[in-house]
Structure formats: structure tokens, C-alpha cells
Design a protein around this ligand. Structure first.
Ligand SMILES: [Zn+2]
Length: 215
């Protein structure tokens, strides 16, 4: 143990300098000159297997990403409470003017499982259970425990976060004006498949033209 920077990251950075950086150099220069203007915000999970930039093969400047345990959006409170998701959402919609917000859920989500199993705290301070208690309303629409319960709960949580997005007045106004579209997406960690939420369920994103139905 020590304060040495992780060697794996040093090696990865060296690969970046000789690999991706040369091909992205013009893009970085342009982004530095005029600032970022991504059209897509993604709200994803902290899970190290679910990196939006990797899954969507995104370039610098394309995705505005906020990640938290289980990709949750708390409902709007309007009480002045400062929340990381709120700040990112405000910046994305009110400053950047993104055209799309995607809630990116995933299979085998540890946060969702922690809520579903009601087991002992995953960490001594138990912040995870407190955070995950936010999905209690999603559990009500996920149906009873049984086959595919975790998948149903993961996808119900996406639905609830999409609903919560609409509780932010500026998000709701942008959606109603047609300037902003909301999407739910689900990543299967084991197969790499991304499916997109429609009113009748989730459809494989690669099998369609990318059209999706928001909340
Ligand atoms: Zn997760």
C-alpha cells in the first residue's frame, strides 16, 4: 500500500497518449475552444461494468454522464436541498440544452439486490440501504417476488426514475415543448445487449432503428 498512482491507470494513460489521443486530437482542441455541447445526458449506475462511454462507443464531448448507485433520480423537492443529480440535471437541461436524457439501468445491479434481499448492511454506515429505500415506489410496480424479480425491479426502478424526472418543472416543460426526450435503457452485463424501454416492454436496441418511447 502507498500513495503511488495505480500502475494500471498509468499504463492505460500511456496507451491513450499513443492510441486514442492522436485520433481525437482535433476533437479535443475544438471542444477546448468552444466548450462542450453534448446532446445526450446519461444517468447510470456506479457499477464498474456499466460504463456508458464504453457501451455506446462514445467520443469526448458526446455524453454528459452522472452516475450513482442504481442509477436513481430522486423526485424534485424544491426545498433547496443540494443533490448531485439535481445539479447535473439542471446543468444538462438548462445550460447545455441536451435533447435526450437516458436512464441506463442494468442487470445484476448490487444496489437493487441490496434493496430486494433486505439483508444485512453492505457497508458499516449503511448509506446504501438508505439510498436504495428511494426505490420503494418502484417495488410496488415490480410485482411480487418470484421469477425474474430482480430484472422486474431493475426495470421498474428505471420507470420510476423516468417519472421522477418529470417532477422537475424545467424537465417537464422541455419534454412538453418537444425539446427534450426521455428514454429508459437496460444493459445486460453478461451478454452486452442493450434494450430500450417502450410502453410494451424492452426491445433490443440493435434490432430497431433506435426509436424509443419515453416516460
Ligand atoms: Zn447498478
Amino acid at each position: 500500500m502507498g500513495s503511488r498512482f495505480p500502475l494500471r491507470l498509468v499504463q492505460g494513460y500511456r496507451d491513450f497518449l499513443v492510441g486514442r489521443m492522436p485520433t481525437e486530437r482535433d476533437r479535443f482542441h475544438e471542444l477546448a475552444r468552444r466548450g462542450q455541447s453534448p446532446d445526450v445526458m446519461i444517468i447510470g449506475c456506479c457499477d464498474s461494468r456499466v460504463s456508458p462511454e464504453v457501451i455506446f462507443d462514445a467520443h469526448p464531448g458526446e455524453l454528459f454522464v452522472v452516475r450513482n448507485i442504481a442509477n436513481l433520480v430522486p423526485p424534485f423537492t424544491g426545498d433547496g436541498l443540494c443533490h448531485g443529480v439535481f445539479a447535473a440535471l439542471e446543468f444538462a437541461v438548462q445550460v447545455l440544452g441536451v435533447g435526450h436524457i437516458i436512464i441506463l439501468g442494468h442487470a445484476r445491479c448490487g444496489g437493487i439486490r441490496a434493496f430486494a434481499e433486505h439483508g444485512p448492511p453492505l457497508s458499516p454506515a449503511d448509506s446504501i440501504h438508505k439510498w436504495m429505500s428511494m426505490i420503494a415506489p418502484a417495488a410496488e410496480i415490480a410485482g411480487p417476488p418470484g421469477d425474474d424479480y430482480l430484472t422486474r425491479l431493475e426495470q421498474a426502478s428505471i420507470t420510476k426514475s423516468l417519472e421522477n424526472l418529470r417532477t422537475f418543472p424545467y424537465v417537464d416543460a422541455a419534454v412538453k415543448s418537444g425539446a427534450l426526450a426521455l428514454h429508459g435503457a437496460y444493459f445486460d452485463v453478461s451478454t452486452g445487449q442493450v434494450s430500450v424501454r417502450h410502453v410494451d416492454g424492452y426491445h433490443d436496441i440493435a434490432a430497431e432503428a433506435g426509436e424509443s418511447v419515453g416516460a
